[in-house]
Write a protein of this length. Sequence first.
Length: 103
Amino acid sequence: MAADPEYAAMMAERKAEYERTRTAKRKAEHDALVERAKTDPEAARQLAEHRKYQSEAAVRSYQKMKAAAEAGDPEAVKRYEAHLAKRREDYHKKKEQQEAISA
């Protein structure tokens, strides 16, 4: 595949199209589940399970990134520092908005 750049470009385009359609399908299914969850207790349970799983996955990912950064992986250190900088920025932005509302 690397020998033929035309073929590689075609395969990259096909993969990108597949990912776009798959993402759109997953989003539509999720939106339908959210709508059903408003009235159907089973759908609400499924949505709660999905949200719980996503929350736990985010925590695992963060812990893994932090552990890699503490182990000294330079790529992980950069990602972790960027993450902390983003959190600081979001925190200060939120504080400014709260002060603007209360003032």
